[in-house]
Design a protein around this ligand. Structure first.
Ligand SMILES: O=C(O)CCC(=O)C(=O)O
Ligand SMILES: [Fe+2]
Length: 586
């Protein structure tokens, strides 16, 4: 019921996976998660970020309305309007009071507070819905398909009629409401607007009463579709007419049993005031980067590494302490056999192996066709890395309260409304690296020692492997917590030098390379983030397992133009990536 600001270019039909999923969710009473985007008209306060997760809802009603075709848009044959699917979502009562509900805030509709949360007694054999947390539209649709049909839909045509008016017109006739009790030993919750509905004198189908202005036939094939039934007869609904939902339609209805058992709770537990208790000593934990609702009532992203901080009211929790530092001895150290990776191989990528003596390391060189060479340096001994690893964590913990070092930064390439943060916590040092995230840059002299130590290691290894010194003037330090990753991207940037090199610390990670879908002429403009689920994207051609202390060197500017890379860590991890960036004349 938020503002509709986009007009249709075609009918909403079930051939669209998103529409089909929502109708399936209605028929199967699959719980769905709703997000509120920045600028959502009905939120009582400004969100301040791209979106917030509102909670679990069930689809209590779907119907179609007529939307006039906008100027210049090709209309369907024989009519001048499109069919727009409308959906009513109801809060699932088992979640208690919605976290976003602010006492005293004006509600868009007049609902007595006593009705907001209705008691619910689940039946003894509550089914467990299987809904997957997958962003892929098809996968979500399949998950909803696999869900057993809602139990109390049964053989009655009632729910067909109620859920999707467009689909009921198949020559069937439906019994009146008074017969429903016989069909439902366990009847669905009362939907008052349904009882205020009526049968259409033209098509004989029943449509619920949605609008105060009058009853409307919602059967799209009917000649009376979307005409307002008034005491003076049927009148067209002009685009400028503001229809208001009927009070009965806005009444809260209890959650049916089928929708009430949720796959998992999505509302994070309230943050603890003690960070140690919060993370139970696991500095890498997923719980340490999820959003939270401050005691002031506002939702927040976790943007700082070391503490919770509310952007609305300024309150923050105590910072982590040295006891939260994960020692090098505690990280997974069962290093893979350096040559195992090469043996398993990437059949299309020629590679060669050599030993380095000072320090002792195995170096595998992979030739990316027409692009350059990726060197994977695996040290025999990694004590040098242990100190840098622990120092990074201490630097992140003992940061300034006002300008925290390691933060999740605003993504530049974000195309959605509102601010979206990168997953990882990062700082940039030296020349500014503006490609991936808006990272403010610290001069080398003001950067923590760990950053300069990492840079020194990288410079030495690059000189040893390539036989020439590279004068890196920029280093991006990225800290990953459990579940964070860096999706497909390239490092291409105005003035980028041919060599990019990174030191890995902490948990192992998989770094993959894949050719770009089409090798484009590099415009040097905004970042071409090519991540996401796209079956037309080529598969990765090279996968490296980066362990604690490993160094990766990408040598050849064309690697950034011809290939994307991605890094998926297995847990708490730090990566320091050094580049040469010359000022561009922009
Ligand atoms: O995490 C890593 O090892 C590399 C990160 C990366 O690709 C980047 O900073 O551009
Ligand atoms: Fe990168």
């Amino acid at each position: 019921m938020g503002k509709v600001s986009v007009s249709l270019a075609a009918d909403h039909t079930r051939s669209d996976a998103r529409i089909d999923t929502l109708i399936l969710a209605a028929q199967r009473r699959a719980p769905v998660i709703l997000l509120a985007g920045e600028g959502y008209a009905l939120l009582p306060w400004k969100l301040g970020c791209a979106y917030a997760v509102l909670g679990w809802y069930w689809v209590s009603c779907t119907w179609y309305e007529a939307e006039p075709c906008a100027d210049g848009v090709e209309a369907p044959e024989g009519r001048s309007w499109f069919h727009r699917l409308k959906i009513r979502f109801d809060w699932i009562n088992t979640q208690g009071t919605p976290w976003w509900f602010t006492k005293g805030a004006p509600l868009p509709v007049k609902i007595p507070i006593s009705q907001l949360i209705l008691p619910l007694t689940p039946p003894p054999d509550s089914p467990t819905p299987s809904v997957e947390t997958n962003h892929d539209g098809e996968a979500v649709r399949n998950a909803v398909w696999r869900r057993a049909p809602a139990r109390n839909i049964g053989p009655s045509p009632f729910d067909d009629l109620y859920f999707s008016p467009l689909e009921i017109h198949r020559g069937k006739r439906y019994p009146g409401d008074h017969l429903l009790a016989n069909f439902h030993p366990d009847p669905p919750p009362a939907r008052p607007w349904l009882h205020a509905g009526q049968r259409c004198p033209s098509c004989l189908n029943y449509s619920p009463r949605l609008y105060r202005e009058g009853w409307i036939c919602l059967v799209a094939e009917c000649i009376q579709f979307w005409l307002l039934s008034t005491t003076v007869g049927l009148i067209p609904i002009s685009p400028s007419m503001k229809l208001r939902y009927d009070e009965t339609f806005l009444r809260v209805i209890p959650t049916p049993y089928d929708a009430a058992s949720l796959p998992y709770n999505i509302v994070p537990p309230p943050p603890s005031s003690s960070p140690q208790a919060e993370g139970t000593g696991e500095a890498g934990s997923r719980s340490l980067w999820r959003g939270f609702v401050c005691s002031c009532g506002r939702s927040n992203c976790r943007y700082r590494w070391e503490r919770l901080s509310c952007r609305a009211c300024g309150q923050h929790s105590a910072a982590q302490t040295d006891s939260d530092v994960v020692r090098a001895s505690a990280i997974q150290s069962d290093k893979a056999d350096p040559l195992g990776e090469a043996d398993e191989g990437s059949p299309d990528i020629p590679m060669s192996v050599r030993r380095m003596l000072n320090p002792c390391a195995t170096v595998i060189a992979y030739e990316l066709p027409q692009a350059g060479t990726v060197y994977h340096v695996m040290h025999d001994h990694v004590e040098f890395a242990d100190a840098i690893w622990e120092a990074y964590q201490r630097a992140a913990i003992h940061t300034s309260a006002s300008t925290p070092l390691f933060q999740r930064r605003a993504l530049k390439s974000n195309t959605i409304k509102g601010q979206l943060l990168s997953q990882q916590f990062a700082i940039n040092s030296g020349a500014s690296y503006k490609y991936i995230v808006e990272t403010l840059s610290y001069p080398f002299a003001d950067s923590p020692d760990c950053v300069m130590d990492a840079l020194m290691v990288i410079r030495k290894r690059v000189a040893a492997v390539l036989g020439e010194a590279v004068d890196f003037n920029e280093i991006l330090s990225v800290m990953y917590r459990e579940g964070q990753k860096m999706s497909w991207h390239d490092d291409g940037e105005h003035g980028l030098g041919p060599v990019v090199a990174a030191l890995s610390l902490g948990s192992p990670a998989t770094m993959s390379f894949r050719p770009k879908a089409s090798i484009k002429v590099h415009r040097g403009g905004g970042l071409a983030l090519s991540g996401g689920v796209n079956p037309s994207q080529p598969a990765s051609v090279l996968n490296l397992t980066l362990s604690h202390g490993d160094v990766v060197i990408m040598s050849g500017r064309a690697i950034q133009y011809g290939y994307d890379h991605r890094v998926i860590p297995s847990g708490l991890r730090v990566a320091a990536t050094a580049r040469v960036i010359r000022a561009s004349p922009e």
